[in-house]
Design a protein around this ligand. Structure first.
Ligand code: FES
Ligand code: FES
Length: 249
């Protein structure tokens, strides 16, 4: 079932020296070299610098914070590589550039501290396949996979997902070939209005990755956090069963 636990996964407080990128992190391949692992907070006035060059002589931040946009950052520090970290005295943290791997592609995204992942996907990146129903972790419409685990993206702060692999409904198909789950939802009419469908399909995709041959009870349990206002549950379950069959055939 989707959840938003990441909200409470605090990272260690900032240090002047950036930590090395972890193995297999998407950030490793980014253009920021050895300073890719942590968040890059841009002070007020440079808020629109999404994807801008961040290199020697450019002031960026490497601080974690609590959200809200008015936190005071520590004084700036210049590291050995010439990059100045921190936010200049008197400026507040208003914007950050984070590296997200979205559907297999690294993206530098300018986000505000309070923005949810769903909001960033839809409004910053124009990826409207992720739907927002309740916006408070109740309906599952906004489900995406983060490092393979379903999450309610309305309740995950985008800024905390630095370096994570995000899978959205736009990433399910390979080119023009639908995934087994997408095809099965089509074939079994596992949708009516379609508003919940992207979340249902992401949840089903995660289920079939961990349990390729679930019985009906397991399917209903896995999708219990994904509500369908159209009450299309019988067809949704049939679609997941068909996808499982196609996967194991
Ligand atoms: S759970 Fe995120 S929009 Fe409902
Ligand atoms: S198909 Fe309409 S809400 Fe599920």
């Amino acid at each position: 079932m989707a959840n938003g636990n990441d909200l409470f996964d605090e990272e260690p407080a900032d240090s002047a020296t950036p930590e090395k990128p972890a193995k297999n992190k998407a950030a490793k391949s980014g253009p920021l070299g050895g300073v890719t692992r942590r968040r890059f907070l841009v002070g007020a006035g440079t808020a629109a610098a999404a994807g801008a060059a961040v290199g020697t002589g450019v002031t960026v931040g490497v601080n974690s914070f609590g959200g809200g946009g008015n936190e005071k950052a520590p004084a700036t520090t210049t590291a050995a590589n010439g990059v100045t970290y921190g936010v200049p005295e008197g400026q507040s943290i208003a914007q950050a550039v984070v590296l997200l791997n979205i559907n297999g592609k690294d993206e530098f995204v300018s986000v505000m501290p309070h923005q949810s992942l769903a909001e960033v996907l839809r409004e910053n990146l124009g990826m409207t396949g992720t739907k927002v129903g309740c916006d408070r972790s109740e309906c599952g419409a906004c489900t995406v996979l983060i490092d393979g685990i379903p999450h309610n993206s309305c309740s995950v702060l985008a800024i905390r997902e630095e370096g994570k692999k995000i899978l959205t409904v736009e990433g399910l198909a390979k080119g023009t070939t639908l995934s087994n789950v997408q095809q099965a939802f089509m074939d079994k009419m596992g949708y009516q209005c379609g508003f919940c469908t992207s979340g249902q399909m992401l949840q089903a995709t995660a289920l079939l990755q961990s349990n390729p041959n679930p019985d009906e009870a397991a399917i209903r349990h896995a999708l219990s956090g994904n509500l369908c206002k159209c009450a299309g549950y019988p067809n949704i379950v049939a679609a997941v069963q068909a996808a499982a069959k196609a996967k194991t055939a």
